[in-house]
Design a protein around this ligand. Structure first.
Ligand code: MLT
Length: 262
């Protein structure tokens, strides 16, 4: 079964509170390196490559968001994680939110980064279709070079050229089947908005102040609906807030974890 081939990584003491970090599209588990390096001193940090991305296999590429949640459940059950905190960015946030809707009783807390609860609009669905067409007809390179610059604040790219290029080169090597599978899964995901007001977990909602995909005002509104939640904007960051301003991001999530889980 494909979920058994998902590449899973862990750092820190298993006895500590588990946190599962779920990366965004089209990145891999390395996007959380700056968090794991810091947080593994106090928490049991689990990361993984979502199927089709990083070095997790693509299989036939027929992905659904439900299958992504099945993979996450497999990780929780297989590692016997007790009430883990989910920390998901963008597509990782879609997976986290749907996981909460399906099995909140298995979870301890929620950190939503640069994400949203709504399903794709018609315009969004057409953009996914256009992305698949570009990958098929022009290639991965064109899709990635159009997509990735928008994920980062301009200033971050200018000040961190080497780090940015490293990320870009890695994503340029993405498997087209995996990319298209993720686009189809995101295109077909359900709207989790009706469940937001039912969430009981302690929750933190974080957004880069220059995020062009998920706007801070929209995330603030989402946080207002989740009962036990706090909203924070990350200065100088775009869509990839944990990468772009890791110092501020780490302090923010460490505060949240300390208040709720120590
Ligand atoms: C992501 O960062 O995971 C993507 O931007 C999500 C999306 O395309 O909806």
């Amino acid at each position: 079964m494909l979920e058994k081939e998902i590449k899973i990584y862990s750092s820190g003491n298993y006895e500590n509170k588990p946190i599962i970090f779920i990366h965004g599209f089209p990145f891999d588990h390395h996007m959380w390196d700056k968090q794991v390096n810091e947080l593994a001193k106090l928490y049991y940090c689990v990361t993984y490559d979502i199927r089709g991305l990083g070095i997790s296999p693509s299989g036939d590429g027929q992905f659904t968001l439900e299958a992504f949640v099945d993979d996450l459940e497999f990780i929780i059950d297989n590692l016997k994680l007790s009430k883990p905190v989910l920390c998901g960015l963008s597509m990782g946030g879609y997976i986290s939110l749907r996981c909460v809707e399906r099995m909140e009783y298995k979870l301890g807390g929620l950190i939503l980064c640069d994400t949203k609860s709504e399903a794709d609009t018609n315009e969004g669905k057409l953009k996914r279709a256009e992305g698949i067409k570009i990958i098929n007809q022009v290639g991965v390179q064109k899709f990635i070079t159009d997509f990735i610059p928008n994920c980062f604040a301009k200033d971050f790219i200018n000040r961190n050229v080497n780090e940015y290029n490293e990320i870009l080169i890695k994503t340029l090597n993405s498997d087209p089947i995996g990319l298209k599978g993720c686009l189809l899964a995101m295109q077909g995901r359900t709207d989790v908005t009706p469940y937001l007001s039912k969430i009981q977990l302690p929750s933190l909602v974080v957004c880069g102040e220059e995020d062009k995909f998920t706007f801070p005002m929209a995330m603030k509104k989402m946080a207002e609906i989740i009962a036990n939640s706090k909203f924070v904007t990350v200065p100088g960051a775009g869509h990839m807030s944990p990468v772009e301003n890791s110092v501020f991001f780490n302090i923010t999530i460490l505060d949240f974890l300390k208040v709720n889980f120590s």
